[in-house]
Design a protein around this ligand. Structure first.
Ligand SMILES: Nc1ncnc2c1ncn2[C@@H]1O[C@H](COP(=O)(O)OP(=O)(O)OP(=O)(O)O)[C@@H](O)[C@H]1O
Length: 289
């Protein structure tokens, strides 16, 4: 469990993270969204002791990251995948990390296999592609099988297969009771990976809720060849519907209610679903002041 309370960072007279509070529960993947410069990386860096907070606290299992006896065994971080000595091989890089967090050398081979880098393990990291460096960073984060993963833009440079692999990895981690915080600009990827959304704009939290709740909206979207007839039937039932061709959007009505009205009027529906907001639209609504 991660508890962040009142976390604030000032550089000179600029407040780049402003009184940020949230809780990350085990068994969940939280997507951390915000425009460029909103303060995501700085927040993650304060949480993991890389940058001192001006004020506020970030606790991992009740303690600040820096006070954990073996932080790498509790929190796996991917915060700057390029911060690796280019002259070292991937295997040597991971071996040094393994020594630092106290895991056996056999684990190095396991994580290399896990991230799909076994074939490139003896090559110098300087010759790795961006995606390979990301995979190496993820391998390092997973070495000690930590319960918490804090990943800043993990999909950066990954190909579509790699992105799917990462999604499965993060979902699997949460399914085993792990806690994941992931920042990303790939909204489609976020939508299919996360349970919760934490959105910041200009250093402040502007949304923190389950993604289904944020995108859910209350209403139904129905399609019918006889859209005119359906609109009349809905109006007779006291429901205002907005029509766009054969598609009717009915705010404030459940799909079940719309289906019942259609059935009562003898109108065949060709589609019926809860209305859902587009994540991109939501993102701009929340972050455009
Ligand atoms: N060491 C520093 N000194 C001064 N300002 C900094 C420093 N590090 C970050 N900032 C500023 O803090 C703000 C937040 O930066 P941060 O990297 O946390 O944003 P971000 O949300 O991660 O952005 P991005 O999506 O572009 O990665 C930016 O305006 C940045 O210029």
């Amino acid at each position: 469990m991660i508890e962040v309370h009142g976390l604030t960072k000032r550089y000179g007279d600029r407040t780049v993270v402003d009184d940020v509070s949230f809780v990350l529960e085990p068994g969940s993947v939280t997507g951390f969204l915000g425009p460029n410069g909103a303060g995501k990386s700085t927040t993650m860096r304060m949480m993991t002791g890389l940058v001192p907070a001006t004020s506020g606290t970030a606790l991992v299992d009740g303690r600040p990251y820096r006070e954990l006896a073996n932080p790498g065994a509790v929190v796996g971080t991917l915060l700057d995948a390029s911060a690796v000595h280019p002259g070292r091989s991937g295997r040597v890089h991971l071996q040094l990390l393994a020594d630092a967090v106290g895991v056996p050398s056999s684990r190095v081979g396991e994580v290399l296999d896990l991230v799909g880098l076994a074939g490139a393990a003896r090559r110098r990291v300087g010759g790795y592609s961006l995606g390979m460096r990301q995979r190496l960073g993820i391998a390092g984060a997973l070495l000690a099988d930590p319960a918490v993963l804090v990943f800043d833009e993990p999909a950066n440079g990954l190909d579509p297969e790699g992105i799917r692999w990462m999604r499965d990895l993060l979902r699997g981690h949460a399914a085993r009771g792990g806690t994941v915080l992931l920042s990303s600009h790939l909204l489609g990827e976020v939508e299919t990976t996360v349970d919760r959304l934490l959105v910041i704009g200009s250093g402040r939290v502007v949304a923190d809720a389950p993604i289904r709740e944020l995108l859910g909206g209350d209403g139904a979207v129905a399609e019918a060849e006889d859209a005119d007839g359906l609109q009349r039937a809905l109006a007779a039932a006291g429901l205002d519907a907005r029509r766009d061709g054969a598609v009717l959007t009915v705010p404030g009505a459940t799909p079940a209610r719309v289906g019942a009205v259609a059935a009562g009027a003898g109108i065949a529906l060709t589609g019926l679903r809860p209305s859902q907001q587009d994540l991109e639209d939501l993102f701009f609504q929340l972050t455009t002041a």
